[in-house]
Design a protein around this ligand. Structure first.
Ligand code: VGL
Ligand code: ZN
Length: 210
């Protein structure tokens, strides 16, 4: 682990470490709970920590159950682009939407909820899936003087990936902490994500080497 404390310009962004993305949850990411101790360790190094929480109303448009004749992991074309359809997950105020009970949440000074509008999904912590509706996190980053975003959480190839790409588009240095993330990996989505992130100049590191 790096020396304490890290620069005031560094932000640890913890994406969607919620029960529904952990084994036993509605949209379980294989080995998803394994990120928890790694992230708890990392949190000791950072003075800026933001958590995100996927936070959907019942009947959300990203749920397969909202589209007749469609099943989970199929896609539909919506006004804002192609949307993967998911099992119902992270419904507001449900146990599934709660943070994993072992995740330390006391150190965070920002918790961003996303995907709370019924008609639009939000993978990224910065912008919804129309790629323009802000969540507010870019304002936090700007106002706090953050220059480097370190990403952790679930899932590497969806919410971590889109958040990393948006952070880069905002002109920030970006590092994805590989052992602090786990992937869904739908039809090669994990490799595609790593390739796109490398091409965008996003760094990839292990938690003991950041
Ligand atoms: C996520 C699919 C649907 C994620 C959230 O956190 O990666 N993936 N909602
Ligand atoms: Zn979701």
């Amino acid at each position: 682990m790096a020396q304490l404390p890290r620069s005031e310009e560094d932000l640890l962004l913890v994406i969607d470490v919620q029960n529904d993305f952990c084994p036993g949850g509605a949209l379980a990411v294989p080995d998803g709970n394994a990120v928890v101790p790694v992230i708890n360790g990392l949190q000791r190094e950072f003075s800026h920590i933001a958590l995100t929480q996927d936070w959907h109303p019942a009947g959300h448009r990203s749920f397969a159950s909202s589209h007749s004749g469609k099943g989970p992991f199929e896609t539909v074309d919506l006004d804002y682009g192609t949307q993967v359809l998911w099992p119902d997950h992270c419904v507001q105020d449900s146990i599934g939407a709660a943070f994993h009970s072992d995740l330390e949440t006391v150190h965070a000074n920002m918790i961003i909820r996303k995907g709370y509008r019924r008609g639009i999904d939000s993978y990224s912590a910065f912008f919804e899936n129309d790629q323009k509706t802000p969540t507010g996190l870019s304002g936090y980053v700007r106002d706090r003087g953050v220059k480097h975003v370190f990403l952790s959480g679930l899932a590497t190839d969806f919410c971590v990936f889109y958040s990393a790409m948006d952070a880069r588009k905002l002109g920030l240095e970006v590092t994805v902490i590989e052992d602090a993330c786990r992937a869904i990996d739908l039809e090669g989505s994990l490799n595609a994500a790593w390739e796109a992130m490398a091409a965008a100049g996003i760094k990839r590191a292990n938690s003991d080497k950041i």
